[in-house]
Write a protein that binds this ligand. Structure first.
Ligand code: PLP
Length: 421
């Protein structure tokens, strides 16, 4: 459920008509709903009620500081995957002890940043990383709390580009080698082993892969404890999928996911961390765009929008489907026709949808891409010297620009021309 609904014939974000925001900020723009963000965070938090836990929002999904602050105010921790994300979370007011640091290629500079600034734990992904982290911690006179990310070799049954838990993926340490790696970690002077980490992929629409992974983690916990490791925290990653269309079957709910966690791991008495990103932000955001032209093609009509693949890359990158709906509610029973929905960028890949059935649309009409809150704005670029589009946060009847559109001067003046030219 989200808070983007038609009211009086116009699509609203909570209590604000999107036409009003479009007039104020211009198109295209991203728009997020506070109520939806809050609702989704609480679903996870409540799904783990009664178990000691921390929900660490995977901020790579949507990392605007206003979103981070909204979630942090509810008690969220953050999962960061770079030094930049760490600093952004801190700037949004998240204390270090609620930040976990994930990622397969943390640099020594990034490690020092987090060790000096304060960190809840590092999820380490390789032996060389472990050794580097120990050295950096020793040189700073601190001890780094760590989990080791294990790769359980399960099939997440998701898009190949977002599956991370098979042995052919670059992530984590093969679970078969975990005991040797933990033995080495325990012997390193700068590290304190506190738990185990796993994250098998994104947009999972079934519980079974989670079950397989978590059973392997339970088994490993017992083995490691028997070898003297004090395993007291389990970081279970993110990955629960969202419905991208109204028609398809809904993925499992956070409550079912929480029940699975209790069932597979509850007996171990560990503190539980989860790192949802997409489910928190995905359906809490939309992308609003304007029709530039309707172009008649051969056997198809093209709806040419002012948004493009540089603003929302998911269709080009993952063949992702986004529902596209008119901002002005179509009359009931109006006849729909097929459009190829495209952007102005000079690539055929700049196609959002092919043969999409839509009500009649004309120049200057507004459309909204649903489910665009996660992996939307954060993956945008300035390709074709197109400015990064504004982000707007709605809260009840209020809205605020939380990232402004840069001017062309700001963009162009970032280049410097060498003096020999
Ligand atoms: C991307 C990622 C997540 C979040 O995945 P979602 O599918 O957005 O929930 C969590 N943990 C790690 C380590 C990740 O890389």
């Amino acid at each position: 459920m989200d808070h983007f609904l038609y009211r009086d014939g116009v699509l609203h974000a909570e209590n604000v008509p999107l036409t009003e925001i479009a007039r104020a900020v211009g198109t295209p723009f991203y728009c997020y709903s506070t109520a939806t963000l809050v609702r989704h965070f609480r679903l996870f938090d409540e799904a783990l009620a009664g178990t000691e836990h921390l929900v660490c929002y995977a901020m790579k999904a949507a990392s605007n500081q206003a979103i981070l602050r909204t979630l942090a105010g509810l008690g969220a921790g953050m999962d960061v995957v770079s030094g930049g994300e760490y600093l952004r979370a801190r700037a949004a007011g998240v204390p270090g002890e609620r930040i976990v640091f994930s990622g397969v290629g943390k640099t020594r500079d990034e490690m020092r940043l987090a060790l000096e600034g304060g960190i809840r734990q590092f999820n380490v992904e390789s032996e060389p990383e472990m050794r580097a982290l120990s050295e950096e911690a020793v040189s700073l006179g601190v001890v780094a709390p760590i989990t080791v990310r294990v790769n359980p070799d399960v099939d997440a049954k998701t898009h190949a580009k977002i599956a991370t838990g098979k042995s052919e993926n670059k992530f984590g340490i093969p679970i078969s080698r975990a005991r040797a790696v933990y033995a080495e970690a325990a012997a390193l002077p700068g590290l304190e082993v506190i738990g185990i980490d796993v994250h098998i992929g994104s947009q999972l629409t079934e519980l079974e892969p989670f079950r397989q992974a978590y059973q392997k983690v339970a088994d490993l916990t017992e083995k490691l404890r028997a070898e003297g490791h004090d395993i007291r925290r389990l970081d279970l990653g993110g990955g629960l999928g969202i419905p991208y269309t109204r028609s398809n079957e809904a993925p499992p709910l956070p409550t079912e996911y929480g029940a699975l966690i209790r069932e597979t791991l509850g007996h171990l008495g560990c503190e539980i961390e989860i790192e949802p990103g997409r489910l928190v932000a995905g359906n809490a955001g939309i992308l609003v765009s304007k029709v530039i032209y309707v172009k008649e093609g051969e056997g198809r009509d093209f709806l040419i929008l002012d948004a493009a693949m540089n603003d929302l890359i998911r269709p080009a990158m993952y063949d992702a489907h986004h529902d596209i709906i008119p901002v002005v509610e179509p009359a009931p029973g109006v006849e729909q026709s097929a459009y190829d929905v495209v952007g102005p960028v000079c690539e055929s890949g700049d196609t959002f949808a092919k043969g999409r059935m839509l009500p009649p649309l004309r120049e200057d009409d507004l459309v909204a891409f649903r489910s665009a809150g996660a992996y939307g704005a954060v993956m945008s670029s300035e390709y074709n010297t197109r400015p990064l589009i504004p982000e707007v946060l709605v809260n009840g009847r209020d809205f605020a620009v939380i990232r402004a559109r840069p001017t062309f001067d700001e963009m162009i003046n970032r280049d410097t021309i060498p003096e020999w030219l």
